[in-house]
Design a protein around this ligand. Sequence first.
Ligand SMILES: NC(=O)c1ccc[n+]([C@@H]2O[C@H](COP(=O)([O-])OP(=O)(O)OC[C@H]3O[C@@H](n4cnc5c(N)ncnc54)[C@H](O)[C@@H]3O)[C@@H](O)[C@H]2O)c1
Length: 327
Amino acid sequence: MIQVAQIGVGYWGPNLLRNLIANRRCRVKTVAELSAERRNYVQSLYPAVRVTERVEDVLADPDVDAVIVATPVASHYDLALAALDAGKHILVEKPLARSVAEVAAIGRLAEQRKRVAMVGHTFLYNAAVRYVKKLIDDREIGDIRYIYSQRLNLGRIRSDVDALWNFAPHDVSIIQYWLGDPEPVSVVKRGVDFIQPGIADVVFMNIHYPGKIMANIHVSWLDPGKVRCMTVVGSRKMVVYDDVADNKITVYDKGIDRKAVLGENMDYDGPSYPTFSLRSGDILIPRIDFQEPLKVEIDHFLDCIEKGTPCLTGIDHARKVVEILSA
Ligand SMILES: NC(=O)c1ccc[n+]([C@@H]2O[C@H](COP(=O)([O-])OP(=O)(O)OC[C@H]3O[C@@H](n4cnc5c(N)ncnc54)[C@H](O)[C@@H]3O)[C@@H](O)[C@H]2O)c1
C-alpha cells in the first residue's frame, strides 16, 4: 500500500483528494494546507486523514512514499524539489513549473533520487482525448493539416498566472500528445490584459510544426460562455472534440480531394489548373467508455511507482509544454 500526502486543497485539490481516498492501492496519510478553513473542510470530510499546516510534517514523515502537489504554480518548484529531496515520488499539478530551467532541475533531482516525477496533465488520461489519439495513430484522419482549440469561460480570474499559463497547459499538452511530442518550428502568441495590469485575460497562440502542421490555441476567462472545443482537420477526415457536450467526439468524413479527369489534369504536377471535389460523407458519433480522468491519472502514477511503468506525463512531456508556453 503506497502512502501518500497531498499539499494544497483549494479549488482543484478536492478532486485529487477524493480520487486518492477512493483508490484502494494507496492510503492518504496526511494533508498539508495553509488555510485553516480548507484544513477544517478536509478534516470534516475525511476524519481519518491527518491534517497539518506544515509541509515539513509531510516531508519528514518516513511513512509517506509520494506527495501530490495541488498548490498555485509559483510554489511548485520549491515543493517539488523539497519532496524529491526527502525521497518522495511526486505528482505535481499542471504546469509543473514556470520555466524550462525549473523543469530540468526537478527532472535532474528525480533522476538522481530515482523517484517518479509526474505532472497532472489530466487530459492525457481522458478517454475522448485518447480516442482522437488512436484515430490519428491509425491514420484514420490522414495527414494532420491543422488543429485549433478554444478553452473559454467567464471567470475564474487568477492573479498569480495569466489565462495562457492557467488554461493553455491543457491545450498544448493535448496537441503535443496527439502529434507525438514534436519540436515546434515556431510559436507566436498575442495576449491582452484588460482587467489586471500585466495579466493577459485573452491569449491567441499559434504553433507551427514540421510538415506544415499548424495549431491555434485561443484561451480566455473573458468570454460569454464555457467552451472546451478542439477541432482536428486532416487530409482524410475531420474530428471535433467538445469536452462539454454529451457526445464528446464527432468524426466527419469530409475533405477536399484533387480530381483526375480523363484527358485533362491527369498529372497533378501539370501546368493546367487542377479540379477539386468536396467530399461530405458519413458523420460518426462514437460511444466512448468514460472513466474519470483523475482516477486513470492516479492509477498511472501508482503504476509508475510500483511497476516502473514509463510516465506518460513525466519530465519530457512537462518540459515541452513549459517550453512552448514560455516561448
Ligand atoms: N488539472 C486541472 O484540470 C486543473 C484545474 C484547476 C487547477 N489546476 C491546477 O491546480 C493547482 C492549484 O490550483 P487551484 O485552482 O486549486 O488553486 P487554489 O489557489 O484554489 O488552491 C491552492 C491551495 O493551496 C494552498 N497552499 C498554497 N501554498 C501552500 C503550501 N506551501 N502548503 C500548503 N498549502 C498551500 C492554498 O492555501 C490553497 O488552498 C494549480 O497548479 C492549477 O494549475 C488543475
